[in-house]
Design a protein around this ligand. Sequence first.
Ligand code: SF4
Ligand code: SF4
Length: 303
Amino acid sequence: MDLFEAAKQLGFVAMGVSPCQRPLFFDPFRAWVAAGKQGDMAWLARHMDIREDPGRLLEGCRSVVSLAYPYSVNRPATPDGYVAARYTEPRRQDYHDRLRESAKQVARLIETNYPGAKTRVCVDSAPLLERSFAYASGLGFIGKNNMLIVPGYGSYVFLTEVLTTARIPGTGHGGIQNPCGDCRRCVEACPTGALEKPFGVDAAKCLSYLTIEMKQMVDEKTGEKMGRCFFGCDRCQEVCPFNPKESREDVSLPPVKSIQTMDEPSFTSVFGKTAFARAGLTKIRGNIAAMTGEPRECENGVL
Ligand code: SF4
Ligand code: SF4
């Protein structure tokens, strides 16, 4: 079966192939890390040798297959008026597990179509510059908001990759010319100034990092910039003309008041299989407290 057709049937909206080589954006990435723009995400500074030479992830790797899977354009909301980033899709299992299964099916088909080929599936699980490979394969362009934008679908997509020793014809044709032009909507919409310059994000200022990845709790000053969103941030994507405009709020989350009083077993039962589990209850309660200005309770008292 044709690989592209199979990927489409599995729900991927775009697939591209690029040679396994030094990523196009390796130098800007290394400079970004050297400037300390990654906050306390120390793993981004590790395995620079692998990031530069992704062939180290799979011996004999020749091709990188990049796949884009869409997530809902609707905003997950609570009944009391708060929202979370779209990618969280609280009604669904964490995307890592779902995408891995679908990408494995693409990998199996590569092994069938190219007898003897080895494959390795990556879903945020390896030090790979995935947007660089997606761009090189012609999947889309990198917007000034630093997102990979797939023409016709926008940036509300997850990326995943299949590395393979098969020599699959590339689809890149030199990349897509950036159509942002004079537009600066994302840079201007960012509430924290994290998009310091086009194509340059200071993760340490970005609400997506501060409310999900950062180990410490967010402070009240940050809380004031979060608006109604207690987990992640979509603002630089919402304003992008390449993203779909039809978006509604989908009440798929419990009230924030009930999240604030949840214990760990209840959190696991409500959020255990979702993208929220990665940040954990304490972090999410800290986000809500910073946003609402209410004191944070925990097992040992007020945080
Ligand atoms: S996710 Fe939010 S805080 Fe981060 S760059 Fe985009 S608009 Fe700014
Ligand atoms: S909002 Fe404008 S500048 Fe930002 S990524 Fe979209 S098109 Fe480019």
